[in-house]
Each structure stands twice: as structure tokens, then as C-alpha cells.
Design a protein. Structure first.
Length: 464
């Protein structure tokens, strides 16, 4: 092929309500509209489930590469694969598709100069975009009035699922993808166990509902900064000074998920018009795709030069593929395996990176836990200067000092107690727990019994 395959336009059709289905009664005569309405209902619910419960992104394949063909110049290839679009359509690309970049430039000369300005050479950004289309096939004769043209004697009896691949000068906005990434990055950095007064889960949720705002680009204009993401979240000053209790981490995350579901996601859907289940409207197939209906596969940076009055690919430059904003969907089985194996860390605990797993956390005092803790974390007094931490599954790392042995990383923050500016040091790994040494600020031993009134915020990670 010389460019991505063009697909025939679908037949014009009446827009049907995806929330209605046929209620057949004995004796009712079903016509074309009834069958189309039933299909719209069944198809609409499938897409509703996909976009609201699963999301969108590349599912399998669709690998990109750039090579050069001697007679045609640089070529962009997309391998076979599948994806879910923001409107919930399953798309299957088969066979592999390719486009010659010089052919695209030749057909779009008028679009290039505004992207570059006055220079006679430079690089332009094109956006490889995948959309769902359906294509009418299988012509059959249809009855009708006499004196019809040849085209009116036949009509397609089937609509086959199809796709369109395009190189565009503006990317799809994918606002939900942009907002989702920023929200998750913020969640990863929540301040647990810092200084200052503890923020309750209820206060934390109330702050989120009022302090987080969503800024979405206008649908009437392309993104001003597509590489940075078209939609942005602002978290507001109250959320920058919260202090969260590690022992209540599940409650904070539940509060955050409620705000995402009840506030942030509907806000994105209300503007992009591409999802939200029953909030999604019908679409006329003759309308151009809305900004959030198609899937971005890559930004393609193409060096171009003016030659004999035409723009062509500059062979001295390098064509770059940037897939950083491409949404990807992991299968549920992969996520299950990651969760059950601790992302490679093994055993119980939270998933970590490179074999690091959190095995115990919470706020503890001498003789018991102050708040709910993870994995049975507890603190007991050894003597006036030492505290022992115990938790489920502890194994003394000193007992197996081989290359494959595990290690513990212990993070401790003194919270309350009669000692000013205490210092906590690792003392030793005992048979049944981790022993900490508690000193006064100048490295002096504590007075008798003062350790009894102290509380600590603790997080213990296991490596190996």
C-alpha cells in the first residue's frame, strides 16, 4: 500500500436510543427500525460496559516501526493488533498497515508550512490515530419502485467492523487518560506519617471535593501542549499540607476513589461526550470523530525540507516515535498475577518494585497498637532504651547471610512522648523481632521509664 487504507463511508442511518429495547407482543409486526433498535440496545450496552468498567487503550499488538523502501522513501508500519477506543468500540487491525511519509506530505502540502513557519527545513509533529469505523458489505437486490437507477437496485445487507488509521496534525485529546495519570501520580505521593496534626479520612475527602479542579481543553481547538497532556488537575493548597495516618491508609484510598468516581470522571465525560454510560449520546456516522473518540498510538516527529517547491522527508534527519501518551490496557489475568505475587517480591504484602515489599506498617506504642495496623505490627519494651517491633512472617535476616538472603528496611518516626527530640536507631535483628534503640537528641540514654509513654509511626519493607 502507499498509504493507510481508506474505508468506505457507512450508510446513513437513523439514530437509535441505546437505552431502549424491543418489547415484543404476540401479533406485533417487526420492521427495519425494530431490528435496528434492538441491535443499538445490545451494542450500546457492550460499549457502555467497556468504556465505564474497563477503559480504553491498546490491548494487543499494534507495534510501530519506521524503515525505508528504496523506491518510496521512509515508511511507517503498524502491525496487526486490537484496541478499545474511548467510545467502547473494539477495533481489530488486520493485516498490518503501512504509510509512506513522502506520499502523505505530497497529499498535504498546504498543512505543512503553518506547522513550521518561515524556515525551509525543520520537523513537524504528526499524530498516528486509530478510529473505529463500520463498512457496508454484501450487496443484495431490494424491491422498490420502477425506474430506479442501477445503484438503487442493490443495498448492503451487512455492516462489518472496520477501522481507520490516520496521520493527523492534531492529536485526539484523550482527556480521561490525561486526568487519570495525574490523579494516580498524586495518589502515589500522598504524605503518610509526616509531621503535624493528623487529617481524618472525612476531612481529607471534603478537601478533595473542594480543592481538586479539572481544566479541560476546548473541543473547538487542538491541544496547545499535547505532549504535556491536554487535561490537567489542580489540587489546591489545602491538599498540599495534609498529614495522613498510615494505619488508616485503606480509608483514605476509598475516599479518593469515591471522589474520582463521583466528581472527577463525570466532569471529564460531561465535556468530552465520549463515555459515561447513559450520559453518552448517539453519533451520526457522517459526523467527523469527536476529539475523544479515537485512540492515539504515537506522535511521529518527521524532519522535512523544501525541495523543488514541495515538502519531502529530510533524509539527513531522524524520524522519532513517541508513544508516551499512548493508553495501554493490561489484561485482568496479568493484574491478578501481579497482585498475587507481590510484583516479584513474593509472599504477602503490598506490591513493590524490584523485589521490595511492605510487610508491616502502622502507629504503635509500648504494649500495643494505637490504630489499625498492617500485618500485626506491635511494639514491646526491651529495657529503658530499647523497643522491639514484631509482625507476622518475620524471619531473622542475620540467620541466613547468604547472597540470596532477605533484608529489612525500617522507617520509624517518633510521634508522641515525654522525650524531646528523640533519636531512633537500629539496634539489632533478634530471633523474634527488630530491636530499636531510642536516645535523646544529644545521643544520651533515656531516663528510666520515659520510653513507656512514647508512640511511633512505623513502615517496614522487605528486600529479597
Amino acid at each position: 500500500m502507499t498509504t493507510f487504507a481508506a474505508v468506505a463511508t457507512s450508510l446513513e442511518a437513523k439514530a437509535f436510543d441505546a437505552t431502549k429495547h424491543v418489547n415484543y407482543s404476540l401479533g406485533m409486526v417487526l420492521g427495519v427500525d425494530d431490528f435496528n433498535q434492538e441491535f443499538a440496545y445490545l451494542s450500546g450496552r457492550d460499549r457502555w460496559l467497556a468504556r465505564d468498567a474497563i477503559g480504553y487503550g491498546t490491548l494487543s499488538g499494534l507495534n510501530l516501526k519506521v524503515d525505508t523502501v528504496a523506491s518510496k522513501g521512509p515508511r511507517l508500519t503498524v502491525t496487526s493488533g486490537s484496541a478499545l477506543t474511548p467510545r467502547g468500540f473494539l477495533v481489530c487491525v488486520k493485516p498490518a498497515q503501512c504509510a509512506y511519509l513522502n506520499d502523505w506530505l505530497a497529499a498535504n502540502q498546504e498543512k505543512i508550512a503553518p506547522l513550521l513557519g518561515s524556515p525551509l527545513a525543520g520537523a513537524i509533529d504528526l499524530y498516528l490515530t486509530l478510529c473505529y469505523r463500520d463498512c457496508p458489505v454484501d450487496l443484495v437486490p431490494i424491491p422498490g419502485a420502477p425506474c430506479r437507477s442501477e445503484e438503487e437496485l442493490m443495498a448492503p445487507s451487512r455492516l462489518v467492523d472496520d477501522f481507520s488509521l490516520d496521520l493527523r496534525i492534531a492529536p485526539p485529546q484523550q482527556s480521561e487518560e490525561d486526568v487519570l495519570r495525574q490523579f494516580v501520580n498524586w495518589l502515589r505521593g500522598l504524605p503518610f506519617g509526616g509531621g503535624g496534626a493528623i487529617t481524618s479520612p472525612e476531612a481529607f475527602e471534603a478537601m478533595m471535593r473542594t480543592a481538586i479542579t479539572v481544566a479541560l481543553p476546548s473541543l473547538a481547538s487542538p491541544l496547545s501542549s499535547p505532549l504535556a497532556g491536554g487535561a490537567t488537575l489542580s489540587f489546591g493548597s489545602p491538599l498540599l499540607s495534609v498529614n495522613l495516618d498510615p494505619g488508616l491508609a485503606p480509608e483514605y484510598y476509598r475516599a479518593a476513589f469515591r471522589v474520582w468516581i463521583e466528581v472527577l470522571r463525570p466532569r471529564v465525560h460531561s465535556v468530552c461526550g465520549c463515555g459515561g454510560g447513559c450520559c453518552g449520546g448517539s453519533k451520526d456516522d457522517d459526523d467527523p470523530p469527536k476529539p475523544d473518540e479515537c485512540l492515539l498510538l504515537a506522535r511521529v516527529s518527521v524532519p522535512v525540507i523544501r525541495s523543488s517547491g514541495n515538502w519531502i522527508v529530510d533524509d539527513t534527519g531522524t524520524i522519532e516515535l513517541d508513544e508516551s501518551r499512548r493508553p495501554m490496557l493490561l489484561q485482568l489475568r496479568m493484574l491478578q498475577e501481579l497482585l498475587t505475587t507481590g510484583a516479584g517480591g513474593g509472599g504477602a504484602g503490598s506490591p513493590g518494585v524490584s523485589g521490595v515489599v511492605i510487610v508491616a506498617a502502622g502507629n504503635v506504642g509500648i504494649g500495643g497498637a494505637l490504630l489499625p495496623v498492617f500485618n500485626g505490627l506491635a511494639a514491646t519494651k526491651v529495657d529503658n532504651a530499647r523497643v522491639k517491633l514484631t509482625f507476622g512472617g518475620y524471619a531473622n535476616p542475620s540467620a541466613s547471610p547468604s547472597a540470596g538472603a532477605h533484608h529489612y528496611v525500617v522507617k520509624v518516626l517518633p510521634l508522641t512522648g515525654p522525650v524531646a527530640n528523640p533519636v531512633v536507631l537500629l539496634d539489632s535483628f533478634a530471633v523474634d523481632g527488630i530491636v530499636l534503640q531510642v536516645l535523646r537528641g544529644a545521643g544520651q540514654a533515656l531516663p528510666a521509664n520515659q520510653i513507656d509513654g512514647m508512640t511511633f509511626s512505623v513502615e517496614i519493607s522487605k528486600i529479597g
